[in-house]
Design a protein around this ligand. Structure first.
Ligand SMILES: [Zn+2]
Length: 151
């Protein structure tokens, strides 16, 4: 079970993971090898677990026109959504950084809309993690209810 343990809420905290989380992290590490990041050399792998137990993966893809690149998290979730997945419980994000990296602002917005209840596990190669939630990363997020007007 993918869960949020408050004692694990800071980088470098306990690295204990469930078998399900370990498999999700392994999937993220594997897809990270498919990253297309010749400009930043910052490869990222992401894996999402849906409520049916399916795993959806993605890696970052860059372009010579830099702003057109897409983060691993969004590649993974758009892939999942376009294949019918709807309810996500956990997101694993792995990088080669010194410290666990949390999703960027754009990815937080996308996760807020499509995976609002997900736990996020960001990990680095030595196994250290940052465990958080989408709600913690984007409180008061903009969503469909924000579009309600009075007139
Ligand atoms: Zn991002």
């Amino acid at each position: 079970m993918c869960s949020m343990n408050p004692s694990d809420a800071s980088p470098g905290a306990s690295d204990a993971v469930s078998p399900e989380e370990a498999a999700l992290l392994a999937a993220a590490w594997e897809i990270r090898g498919a990253a297309r990041c010749p400009y930043s050399n910052f490869a990222v792998g992401a894996a999402l677990l849906d409520s049916e137990g399916r795993v959806w993966t993605g890696a970052n893809v860059e372009n010579a026109s830099y702003t057109l690149g897409l983060c691993a998290e969004r590649v993974a979730i758009f892939y999942a959504l376009t294949h019918g997945a709807r309810d996500f419980t956990c997101v694993a994000v792995v990088t080669g950084a010194a410290e666990p990296s949390s999703p960027c602002g754009a990815c937080r917005q996308i996760l807020h809309e499509f995976a609002p209840n997900a736990v996020i596990i960001s990990a680095v190669a030595d196994g250290r993690q940052l465990r958080t939630t989408v709600r913690e990363l984007l409180p008061f997020g903009f969503d469909a209810s924000s579009l309600t007007t009075r007139a």
